[in-house]
Design a protein around this ligand. Structure first.
Ligand code: ADP
Ligand code: ZN
Length: 812
């Protein structure tokens, strides 16, 4: 071993906690941590990330292989982001390789393409080693080759070192994407050739086109651009520019185009008037600006009633950040339901805004990332995963609706976007703004105890009051008249008044589909999912019974599958049924529905919201998707059906979730001058969470809820880790759950309580039987260390899986 040898340690996805050591071949400079590399692994090649330099101790007893290629030195995952990845890996007990993979999603498949960098460059075969010349010859025939293809064609052992040498000397470039769509998208364009010959003939169009092309001699112009600038149709410009090409005055080339997410279609920007800040807003902005000026980590929680104008506070803080030459990251719970916000941001911050979320096509995602890395973007808006966006010079992170459970990822790594935002702020020395009308108990407690700043906003600047909330006791109505539809008399009257006044109505029913389940009235058989221990939801329009957990479906039976009985009853209405009922009752009113079924089609959610916003529909009904963040001027009435449905879930956050949902949806009513009203239908009208939500007063809710949590040892007064042991064979799952629990009990005796194992609230999902072990502790770090040890000791047979959820948001 020579002492000049360079080694790197690489994290690979799907390979556990271990890091793998590789030697850097002589012709390459050692790649920096964060670089993506292709490495040999067994008999295959895999893509991984360099996370640190290796040391010669690594060489002692393993045979170290050469890394194959460096895919990109600037994957954007260096410095603070790599540090963040390590944190996520430690905190959530998820292998580093898997964390890195999820930080750069939609990314590399293991197929690498080799591209000729400059097709025009002449090869002088004599000047190059034979191996390299052979590669170039193949590439000149077809400038894009898969690595595998090259190996098949050339089949030589030193192929990789030839490729590396050619890469270093700038002959070729690597592109690791498999799908066509993730390549850079190119478009035909024309560029002026050197010289100043005249076009000849008498075509003024040709002359003016040539003038354009020569104005910026190296710029490629598309036909569309030429047409716009020359104020002519593309149809007339195309032959003219082709004529110039024939004359040798310009030539064809390709230009790289950036795909832009469709949601940001230009021309729809809405700047709105510049607002005069209310005194509460001004105070919040001042607190945020103080943090930004300090140029260091700090958290400010903005607790502001719905409609308090929190968005404007974020925007001012972002402006301040950009003026200081830094960049900002703005997280929202769900992108699909925030088209208005996106337009506003675009109007305010222009083209230098990027949007990142899981709904982007791979090509769009690639291009948005590319813009970030090239520094073409000052503001990134996105859902949960955008917290990992490679933003250089990050100066501010905003987390809107910080209490939202959609910030929690429900697969590995099970991170919480808000918590990661705070950690990222720490690593990047950047301030973090959290905002909500109904903060999580965790954040609020930090604020009360002084770890976070707190800005309160108690009134609405637009001049409106928060809506009045009335709880309708459904039991009383049902006693009077048991045979009625989903809408109570009280709510129906309010709807009629509202619609007659030309205003709009929103109705929340947090259950999609036609009915909760169907039951045979003769034998009592309920249709259940074969893979999950849940009943199937009836979807009448598609004629299907559907599992809301695994999406398994079958057609709605005409007869009972168990007794062939013909009377099958659909129980518990969902949004589909509500829509049908309302359409029958109000034939002259345009009624729209928004839920996950509607939103399945790309762009459909945006469309429903835009139509409602524009007043083309009068009633919008839907699940929690309609409850959040929207700012519709015309809505003065909100109805809530089955308000108690989430109260009785076996989850310690049930009351908090119900309070949040009701407060949020109530906040959609009366956001302008006219007062809003909310009618809540419930069978348990006296439940404290309903009453406190009706008062829309967070403080008293926090007091009451915190008391209970503290007594029972739940967050934010203790840390929870939920371990889920699952297997297709029930005994295997329960045996290993017992073993896990007993090992844990042994280890963590003095600082934690281990509960279970018990069958999980959903005891079977996707054919797997599930047992839950719950750990509560006041000492998180100690617990995580012990957990890691215990997980390392477990010898799990194939098919048995342990899923660790640190800080679970739901225990279902
Ligand atoms: P929040 O996010 O706090 O629920 P929004 O930011 O959506 O509230 O603001 C609610 C409404 O109030 C929006 O229509 C917004 O344009 C308006 N608004 C915000 N700030 C002001 C202000 N200073 N003066 C007048 N209207 C305002
Ligand atoms: Zn299922």
């Amino acid at each position: 071993m020579s002492s000049t040898e360079h080694l790197v340690r690489v994290a690979l996805p799907r390979s556990g906690d271990q890091l793998y050591t590789y030697r850097v071949p002589d012709e390459l400079a050692p790649p920096e941590p964060g670089s993506r590399v292709l490495v040999p692994f067994g008999r295959n090649r895999r893509v991984g990330w360099v996370v640190e330099k290796g040391s010669h101790d690594d060489l002692r007893d393993v045979q170290v292989r050469d890394l194959t290629l460096v895919l990109d030195a600037s994957s954007g995952l260096s410095g603070p982001l790599l540090e963040l990845a390590r944190f996520v890996s430690d905190y959530y007990l998820c292998p580093l390789g898997d964390v890195l993979k999820s930080m750069q999603p939609g990314g590399p498949r293991e197929t690498v393409h080799v591209l000729l960098e400059d097709e025009g460059r002449e090869v002088d075969p004599a000047g190059l080693p034979k191996g390299q010349a052979a590669v170039l010859e193949v590439l000149h025939a077809a400038p894009r080759q898969s690595l595998e293809g090259l190996r098949r064609r050339l089949g030589r052992r030193d192929l990789m070192s030839s490729l590396r040498a050619l890469q270093v000397s700038g002959w070729l470039r690597l592109d690791e994407s498999l799908q066509e769509s993730t390549r850079a998208k190119t478009r035909l364009a024309f560029v002026a050739t050197d010289g100043d010959a005249e076009p000849g003939g008498r075509s003024p169009l040709r002359a003016s086109l040539l003038g354009l092309l020569r104005e910026e001699p190296r710029r490629p112009w598309t036909v569309a651009e030429l047409a716009t600038h020359a104020r002519k149709s593309e149809g007339s410009v195309r032959p003219a520019v082709q004529a110039l090409e024939k004359l040798g005055l310009c030539e064809r080339t390709e230009r790289e185009e950036r795909r832009r997410p469709g949601i940001l279609a230009p021309g729809e920007d809405q700047a709105g008037p510049k607002l005069e800040l209310s005194s509460e807003q001004a105070d919040a902005v001042a607190q945020a600006e103080a943090l930004i000026a300090a140029d260091d980590f700090g958290v400010l929680l903005i607790e502001g009633v719905t409609g308090a104008g929190k968005t404007e506070v974020y925007l001012r803080a972002i402006e301040t950040t950009l003026r200081a030459g830094r960049r900002a990251l703005y997280l929202v719970p769900e992108i699909a339901i925030t088209p208005l916000l996106l337009r506003r941001l675009r109007a305010r911050f222009g083209e230098r805004t990027a949007i990142l979320h899981s709904g982007l096509s791979p090509g769009e995602r690639r291009d948005e990332r590319e813009r970030l890395l090239q520094g073409e973007v000052d503001l990134v808006v996105g859902a949960r995963s955008a917290v990992f966006a490679p933003v250089p010079e990050l100066g501010l992170i905003v987390v809107d609706e910080e209490h939202e459970s959609s910030y929690k990822q429900d697969s590995q790594p099970r991170y919480h976007g808000r918590d990661i935002a705070i950690m990222r702020g720490r690593f990047e020395s950047a301030p973090v703004l959290l905002g909500s009308a109904t903060p999580s108990l965790e954040s609020y407690r930090h604020a009360l105890e002084g770890r976070y700043g707190l800005a309160r906003m108690t009134s609405r600047p637009a001049g409106s009051q928060t809506a009045t909330v009335e709880i309708v006791d459904l039991r009383a109505e049902l006693r009077e008249d048991p045979l009625k539809g989903p809408i109570s008399k009280r709510l129906r009257e309010a709807m009629d008044e509202t619609l007659a006044a030309g205003r709009q109505v929103m109705i929340l029913l947090n259950r999609r589909g036609w009915a909760d389940f169907c039951i045979c009235r003769e034998c009592g058989e309920v249709e259940q999912c074969e893979h999950c221990a849940v009943s199937l939801t009836v979807h009448l329009r598609s004629g299907m019974l559907r599992c809301h957990y695994c999406d398994a479906h079958r057609s709605i039976p005409e007869k009972c599958r168990s007794c062939a009985g013909e009377f099958i009853q659909h129980v518990g209405e969902g949004t589909e049924q509500l829509e049908a009922a309302l359409k029958a009752q109000l034939p002259d009113v345009v009624i729209a529905r928004l839920d996950r079924d509607v939103a399945r089609r790309r762009g459909a959610a945006e469309k429903v919201l835009a139509e409602f916003e524009a007043g083309r529909s009068q009633v919008l009904l839907g699940t929690q998707m309609i409850a959040k963040g929207h700012d519709f001027a015309g809505v003065t009435l909100v109805g809530v059906l089955q308000a108690d449905r989430s109260l009785w879930l076996p989850d310690f956050r049930a009351a908090e979730r119900t309070f949040q949902l009701l407060t949020q949806v109530a906040g959609r009513a009366g956001r302008r001058q006219e007062p809003g009203r909310v009618v809540v239908q419930s069978l348990t009208p006296d439940h404290p969470a309903l009453k406190l939500a009706a008062a829309q007063d967070y403080g008293p809710f926090y007091e009451a809820e915190a008391l209970g949590r503290e007594r029972l040892g739940y967050p934010p007064f203790a840390h929870l880790v939920a371990l889920l042991v699952s297997s297709e064979i029930p005994e295997k799952a329960s045996d290993h759950a017992r073993e896990l629990a007993s090992r844990l009990r042994h280890r963590v005796l003095e600082h934690a309580r281990v509960l279970g194992p018990a069958p999980a609230p959903l005891p079977k999902l996707r054919d797997r039987h599930r047992f839950q072990v719950l750990v509560k502790t006041s000492r998180r770090l100690a617990l995580q260390a012990h957990l890691r040890e215990v997980m390392g000791e477990l010898r799990l047979p194939t098919g048995v899986q342990v899923d660790v959820d640190v800080d679970p948001q739901s225990l279902l």
